[in-house]
Structure formats: C-alpha cells, structure tokens
Ligand binder design. Structure first.
Ligand code: HEM
Length: 494
C-alpha cells in the first residue's frame, strides 16, 4: 500500500516533469533564439521552472549525437584518422549541431556557417573562452599564448597589443615584406630548372620569413641552421600535440602516471622551442615577459604552416584542373600587362580571388578552428548549452554544407565569380568574433601576392605521366595538410 502510493507519487512527478519539459520545448520552438533557452521564465511558471531546472537540468531538447560507450564515451569518433571528414559525415546523420562525450566533458560540434556565426559572432561573449587542458597548458606556457589563453582581462590586453602591432606592420611594411619573399620564392623555383620537386618546404620558408621579419626583424635562408631548427621544433610540437597518445592525457588523468614516449618528446620539443625563441627575445632586449614570448610563438606557429599549406593545396588542386591556372594567367596578363600585382589590384582580378576563396573553402587549413569554451550558460540554435561546454566549430563541415554549396566537394573557383552562386558570407576559414584569426589580414595579403606571383611566373605541371596526381584528401591534424607530392614549375615566357 505504502509502496504503491510512492510509485503513484513518482509517476505523477515524472509526468509533471515531462509536461514542464514539453512546455519548455514549445516555448523555444516559438521563440527560437538565445533568450528562449537562457531565460525561459517568460513562458514557464517560475516554480515549475526552478523545480525542473533542479531535477532535469535546463529546459531544452537534448542534443542529438552518436551513441556514447561506457567509460570511452565517443572517444572512438574522436580518434578517427581524418577528424574533419568524420565530423562532417556525422552531421549528415545527426544534423548541423550535435554532441559528443569524452571523459566527463561534453563537446558540441557546429557544422553550418549560420550556426557557427551564431556562436562565434552573435554570441561571442558567451563562447570566447578556451577549454583548459593539461597538455594545452604545457604547450602554451600556462595558457599564455593568444590562441590557447582563456578569455580574461589579461588575455584581452595581450591580444590587443599583438593586434595593434600587426595592424601597424600591415599598414607600414607588410606589402613590401611579402613582395620581397614572393620574388625570392619565384627565384628559388626558377633555380630548380623544371626538376620535379616537393615545394612544401619552400612555401614554408616563404611564409615563415614574412612572420620572422615582422616578429624578429630578420628572414632566413632555407638552409640556415637556425631556421631548420625552428621549423623542425615547431612542426614537431604541433604534430605531437595533435596525436591521440597525447590528447588522451587530457581526458584520462590516470594515464599521466604511465610512461608515454610521445609525451616525453613533446616536453623536449617545448623546451627546445622556448630556448630558441627566448634567445631571439633576449637579443632584442624587448620585454622578456612570458606573454611576449608566447605571442611570438603564436604568430610563428599560426602564421607559417597555415599559409604554406594553403599554397601547397592550391598547386595540388591546380594540377587536377590545369585550365584554372591558365585562366588566372590570362587574367593577370590582361589586367597587369607585364608588371607584378599589388594587393590593391585585387578588385580587378576576380578569377584569382575566386581561386583563393575556393581554396579557403575546400581546404580551410585550420579545419576545426581551435576549441572554444562556453563562458556561461547560453544556447545555440535553440539548444541549451551549459557553461564550460566545449564548442568545436567544424569549418570544414560548414564549407561542405550541401544546403549552402552546390556540388560542395568539387573544386570550382567559378562559383565565386559574379552569378556563380558561391556565398562569401558562408565562407568562414578564419573563424569569427572575439577569437577571429589574428593574422587574417596578413594571411589574405600573403595568399593574394604569393599565388599571383607564382601563377604569373610559372605553369605547374605534373611530375610525370606515370605518377598519380596529388592525393586531395589530405592529412588532418591541427592543420589540414596535403600529402607530399612533387611538381614541375615550368617558367612562363613573359
Ligand atoms: C590561410 C591562413 C590562415 C587561416 C585559414 C587561419 C585560420 C585560423 C582559425 C580558424 C583560427 C581559430 C579561430 C577560432 O578560434 O575560432 C585562427 C586563430 C589564430 N590565428 Fe590564424 N589562420 C591563418 C593564418 C594566420 C597567420 C598568418 C597568423 C599570424 C600572423 C595567424 C595567427 C593566429 C592566432 C594568433 C590565432 C589565435 C586567435 C585567438 O585565439 O584569439 N593565423 N586562425
């Protein structure tokens, strides 16, 4: 008798809670915006709301997502070889916003540019945080890089200083710094005398020299020992940090007590990196403060592999569609006659700009941006997002969204020409809002000038008839890179 009274009571309580939940959902469907999920009080009686919040968590339809295994959660999804492609395929099954679990963390993946814009731009102040991670803390000198530092007054000041310094460089000297490197790059390619070579290192040196000129006041020869050491160390740091052996330490603290050779190597590379950069900073007698040090690290890492990879991807795609490079060449000759382009020529070179936009769309080199953290309770696309949720902007997914892009997997620069149907608004390779890529202006000028110089001076040809054309799937880590390939740079007759 007593038991059945309790059961009936429980049943009534559950039904009541369900009613509250349904009431919340109807309310949100009507309103559909952030306020509905963070302030549902307007439509739900206060008492019901606070009770439901207490017992059921915030009122919202649960986020869809793949089944989560005991203990492992969705770790197997996160360990996929090409994560951006895997996350994009999950969006086809679970929609443009879904969740993944690992350890005790919930991760929300955003896969359309509208949803990413809502979180990163419209509600930037809710999602400008960065998640803390054990390994991230080690590589960022205790969260003191701009890219991994959490949102705080200190971080805002650091970003402001770096932003102003970059803006000043952009206005004063960036154009001539890039021009110099572009000329040098063309000379290096000429010196290969049409030998089939892998150009990735030359692209890296060109992009890196732009950044070292801005940050350290000098550029390096490709063979310079210091440059080789710096690249080797930065590359190893980024790729080791992206490896599952090391990310597992963030989610499973118990693993930290076991021997882990990749992690020991990462610690060694971080130490090497800090010695190399520390030497330069001391040399310049600038502030020897960790923030300055880490900002230099940020600009070097952020500004080298990204631009270089995009150039490497561009040549790889052009080998698949040679008529595109001929179109760009025709446009350059028609508009500029024999002179080299300036950044101010870009409005007169729509085909070249369309090519760059298409590359940024197809191969956003930071395909999953950098994880964000919800600083407070908020909502995205009508779903409640609790404070501290990890947010992954899947830029790769947004750029392949079939709702926005016709034939999204095809390489078609023409889509960005007038009337071609490509949406520049839906293009978000640099993220947005408070965490917008700090080097966007630098990268855009570099991409324009480097690509223009290369396609003005060279026709890129496959290494041989026998070898397959470059693999366009790529290797995804923090940066999305093309697999190594060789190419012939055949000089154009001017
Ligand atoms: C094609 C080239 C580039 C692309 C596609 C790119 C893309 C991105 C993306 C997607 C983010 C993360 C945004 C987010 O968290 O939502 C980012 C952050 C960042 N990028 Fe870039 N980037 C490029 C080049 C550069 C260059 C040249 C520099 C330096 C000069 C740079 C410096 C940074 C820094 C410092 C951050 C961290 C910003 C923050 O957390 O506030 N990037 N970039």
């Amino acid at each position: 008798m007593c038991i059945s009274a309790v059961s009936v009571g429980l049943l009534l309580f559950i039904l009541w809670m369900l009613a509250v939940q349904l009431c919340g959902q109807t309310n949100r469907q009507r309103d559909g915006d952030a306020k509905a999920s963070s302030q549902p009080e307007a439509a739900v009686p206060k008492l019901l709301h606070s009770l439901s919040k207490r017992f059921l968590g915030p009122i919202s339809s649960p986020l869809p997502g793949p089944p989560s295994l005991p203990f492992l959660g969705n770790m197997l999804d996160l360990a996929q070889e090409h994560l951006p492609i895997h996350l994009t395929s999950l969006a086809q099954r679970y929609g443009n916003i879904y969740r993944l679990n690992f350890g005790n963390t919930t991760m929300v993946v955003l896969n359309s540019s509208e949803i990413i814009r809502e979180a990163l731009i419209k509600k930037w102040s809710d999602f400008a945080g960065r998640p803390y991670s054990y390994t991230g803390d080690i590589v960022s000198g205790g969260g003191r890089t701009i890219s991994l530092g959490d949102f705080s007054e200190e971080w805002k000041a650091q970003r402001r200083v770096a932003h102003r310094a970059l803006q000043r460089c952009t206005m004063d000297s960036l154009h001539s710094v890039i021009e110099k490197q572009a000329h040098h790059l063309c000379q290096v390619l000429r010196d290969y005398n049409e030998k089939a070579v892998d150009l990735s290192e030359d692209f890296t040196v060109a992009a890196s020299n732009v950044i070292t000129t801005l940050t350290l006041g000098k550029s390096y020869d490709k063979r310079a020992d210091q440059l080789q050491k710096l690249h080797d160390c930065l590359n190893k740091t980024v790729s080791l940090w992206g490896s599952p052996w090391i990310s597992a330490l963030d989610s499973f603290p118990l693993l930290r007590i076991l021997p882990n050779p990749p992690f020991s190597r990462l610690l060694k590379e971080v130490g090497r990196r800090d010695k190399l950069i520390g030497k330069h900073i001391e040399e310049f007698k600038t502030l020897t403060d960790t923030h300055v040090h880490m900002t230099t690290v940020d600009l070097l890492i952020g500004g080298t592999e990204t631009t270089a990879s995009l150039l490497n991807w561009t040549v790889a795609f052009l080998l698949h569609r040679p008529e595109v490079q001929n179109e760009v060449y025709k446009e350059l000759c028609g508009v500029l006659d024999v002179r080299y382009p300036k950044y101010s020529d870009r409005d007169r070179l729509p085909y070249l700009c369309a090519l760059i936009n298409e590359m940024l769309r197809l191969r956003p080199v930071a395909p999953l941006a950098v994880p964000h953290r919800a600083i407070r309770n908020s909502s995205i696309a009508g779903h409640f997002i609790p404070k501290n949720t990890l947010i992954i902007p899947n830029l790769y997914g947004a750029h392949h969204d079939p709702e926005v892009w016709e034939d999204p997997y095809s390489f078609k620069p023409e889509r960005f020409l007038e009337g071609g149907g490509g949406s520049v608004r839906a293009l978000i390779p640099f993220g947005g809002g408070a965490r917008l890529c700090l080097g966007e202006a630098v990268a855009k000028m570099e991409m324009f000038l480097f690509t223009a110089y290369l396609l003005r001076d060279f026709q890129f040809l496959p290494a041989s008839k026998e070898e397959p054309l470059p693999d366009l799937r790529g290797v995804a880590s923090v940066v999305l890179k093309v697999k190594p390939y060789t190419v012939i740079a055949h000089p154009r007759e001017q």
